[in-house]
Design a protein around this ligand. Sequence first.
Ligand code: COA
Length: 197
Amino acid sequence: MTARLSPEDLSFVPVDQAEGVACQAFEVVRQSPMYNDAYDRLERWLTEGVGLGAHKSLRIRTTVALLGGEIVGYIATHAHEIHPDRLDRARFERPFSALKVLHLATNRPYQGRGVGEILLLAFGIGSAALLTRTTGCRFVFLDALKPAVGFYERLAFEIVPTGKPNAIWAPMIFDLKKAGSATLDSYREIAGQLLTT
Ligand SMILES: CC(C)(COP(=O)(O)OP(=O)(O)OC[C@H]1O[C@@H](n2cnc3c(N)ncnc32)[C@H](O)[C@@H]1OP(=O)(O)O)[C@@H](O)C(=O)NCCC(=O)NCCS
């Protein structure tokens, strides 16, 4: 079995600081033909410079994880507002501020070695936890591909019921209020250590 990677093994840089590297192949695993368009979108984000353009216009931040000279994973996030129609209306009556994880992927040969979890903890939940110190941010929100739902559930994300069981995406939220201050402090620490310019 290949060893798990730790944050110290990797470097984390904004995608515009890895322009040449970002053009190299990036391949996520295709688990079923049903999901192929979604996986293609994840690959194009890096290999066709889509993420780079969005990053340079400050619309969506993409951070890549590098191992040596190779991109092993990336995460793309942006500021977001969740409306009650995407939440449990019984619990949430008004829009809530959130950080949205638009894309998260680990390059195929490196999957299962801890890269996705490090990226999500530091640049997803950890960034949101840091944001709460300067502005409102109640949730981390994302649309998970169904095969990835278990990955997010391990980290306390919950599925938001939509009444659309056949959709290929499942909306999921991480509630910072539920997480508690000790947990948020630990995620802030990871983010503080890994956040780059
Ligand atoms: C989903 C994905 C981002 C996870 O990243 P990764 O680097 O492979 O995952 P990690 O190695 O950090 O996994 C951390 C833990 O979650 C578990 N895990 C990983 N993927 C899982 C899944 N799909 N379901 C349940 N558990 C999963 C791992 O076994 C590991 O558990 P362990 O700590 O007990 O060993 C990655 O597999 C991927 O890029 N998949 C294809 C694209 C995709 O689906 N992206 C998400 C779109 S929303």
